[in-house]
Design a binder for this molecule. Structure first.
Ligand code: SIN
Length: 529
């Protein structure tokens, strides 16, 4: 790699890594409420994040609704299959409504009924229609638009096309990151606190709804630094991605099932409750694919009235694919969609490394447990991005015994630190080829359903890729290294979890087991110093 370039002239108060809903909402609050010097470092442009792909919306019970936050809490806990942290979920459902109101005040425009009242949709696992949405199913794009505009007006430093390679840790504290600047030179970006908000790792799989950038860089940096990371085995597959060569796979929002769309076999039979939580629907589809020997089932939307005015962006995507939802069933199949685990945080986003915080998909606050409830992800980003900003401004940067770290929480079971990547022996594999091989293997052997033999086979292939790949010397190579590292941790945790729970289904251990009501944690849960 090129020589290290001189550090940025003055350390920032806060460096936010990532530009999705969690990072931007944290940054906007810090810059506007605290007048902090905030920098945002992102490997693409500011608008390039997984947030912009989010469709369905934001689950929230607003004041005056007949619905209740207790019901939202109960639905979230039920979907999470025994692994949610109830205190974190309570924070999510109670603080969510105020964060949504602030987002609207910031300029985000949500869909309303002719009366002016905010329109709500129903999605799987929710006992009431409580999903706020924008542009039909373009909610993420609208949230991103509003936040990017606010950040552009307030941030001290926008480091676009910078790639964070590793955390800068000095005397047991995070002091910034080592990054590649847009010209490929290494540089230190120093800050009083770092907030990781750089999303998930859908690129571990060949079929995913996540963009190319979703390579788990934040989680990999945390793993390398020995920061506590958990629940990686819970990769959520969205049941209804369009079966089509486009990548990321066009999502056929859960909101369609909330509007009455029906899942059918090729013979036209219904085979699952379309509004069950996502893990249940994905498993039922996987079973049906095995039974029928095909690679897709069908979503029948022919009963949905005024499809293109209610779901304009999906109608356009379907038109591009040559499909007419009013006349034909849509071919769909599960696609990797969301990582329920990540960097462990207390209720204020603080991790096991003082000075390092995390929010959004990169984090594991415990709100999702073993399976995220639909439309809780943008909400989590808003709520915990704001909490992280408050922790930073209070100057309390050591994690507390709250949330997943509380003594009464789901037990943390330590794995110790993940072994470093094996030394390269050949260095012959190119980044693109290595990524494709990794994705194909993870899809074949660590997908919706796994077992001991398939996980073992996948671990061997990942080790082969790691040794054949060489030391990363470009962004593309660093991304593949990160994916391999997370893949290795995911496979280790999935092999150790000898039960089926939420998004983790073991063909050889089909039942849920009380022995495994625990989080499997890599890294140190406490700082050393
Ligand atoms: C969807 O619209 O189906 C996706 C929403 C989510 O991932 O929560």
């Amino acid at each position: 790699m090129p020589e290290i370039s001189p550090p940025l002239s003055e350390p920032l108060d806060v460096l936010v890594v990532g530009s999705g809903v969690a990072g931007l909402s944290c940054a906007v609050r810090l810059a506007t409420l605290e007048r902090a010097r905030v920098g945002i470092l992102t490997k693409g442009s500011l608008t390039q994040s997984t947030t912009r792909f989010a469709q369905g919306g934001i689950a929230a019970v607003l004041p005056g609704d007949e619905d209740s936050t207790d019901s939202h809490l109960a639905d979230t806990l039920a979907a999470g299959a025994g692994l949610c942290d109830e205190a974190a979920v309570r924070v999510l459902v109670d603080e969510g409504p105020s964060r949504v109101t602030e987002l609207i005040a910031l300029g985000a425009v949500f869909d309303r009924l002719p009366s002016g009242v905010l329109e709500r949709a129903l999605e799987g696992g929710h006992s009431s229609p409580r999903i706020l949405h924008a542009g039909g199913t373009a909610t993420g794009a609208e949230v991103e638009r509003a936040l990017v505009q606010a950040v552009e007006e307030t941030a001290a430093s926008l480091l676009e096309h910078w790639f964070a390679l590793d955390l800068l840790v000095e005397e047991g504290r995070c002091r910034g990151v080592v990054a590649l600047d847009p010209a490929g030179a290494r540089a230190e970006v120093r800050a009083g606190a770092v907030v990781l908000a750089c999303g998930g790792a859908g690129q571990l799989y060949s079929v995913t709804t996540n963009p190319d950038e979703a390579t788990g860089d934040g989680i990999a940096m945390a793993l390398r630094a020995g920061v506590a990371v958990a629940d990686l085995e819970f990769i959520q597959f969205h049941p209804t991605a369009l079966h089509h060569p486009a990548m990321p796979r066009p999502l056929i929002s859960e909101a369609l099932r909330g509007h009455g769309a029906i899942l059918r076999t090729a013979e036209g039979e219904r085979f699952v409750d379309e509004l069950a939580p996502r893990d249940v629907v994905s498993r039922a589809i996987a079973r049906e694919l095995t039974r029928s020997g095909t690679d897709h089932v069908y979503l029948d939307c022919t009963g949905i009235e005024a499809f293109s005015s209610r779901f304009p962006t999906i109608a356009v995507a379907l038109g591009t694919a040559g499909l007419d939802p009013a006349r034909e069933w849509l071919p769909v199949a599960p696609a990797a969609h969301y990582l329920c685990g990540g960097v462990l945080t207390d209720l204020d986003g603080r991790t096991s490394l003082p000075g390092l915080l995390a929010a959004g998909e990169v984090a594991c606050t415990g709100v999702h447990g073993a399976n995220r409830l639909a439309s809780n992800s943008l909400l989590e980003g808003l709520v915990f991005g704001a909490r992280a900003s408050e922790a930073v401004s209070s100057g309390r940067l050591e994690r507390a015994e709250t949330g997943v770290f509380a003594p009464a929480a789901v037990p943390l079971r330590a794995f110790g630190e993940l072994a470093p990547a094996p030394a390269p022996v050949r260095g012959a594999l190119r980044a693109g080829e290595a990524r494709r091989r990794l994705q194909a293997e993870m899809s074949a052997d660590a997908g919706v359903v796994r077992d001991a033999a398939s996980l073992d086979a996948a671990a061997k292939v990942v080790a082969e890729i790691e040794t054949g790949f060489g030391r990363p010397s470009s962004v593309e190579e660093a991304e593949v290294s990160n994916l391999c590292l997370i893949g290795r941790a995911l496979l280790e945790a999935a092999a150790a979890r000898r039960e089926s729970r939420g998004a983790h289904t073991r063909a050889d251990f089909p039942e849920r087991s009380e022995t495994y009501r625990a989080r499997l944690v890599f890294g140190r849960q406490q700082s050393d110093g």
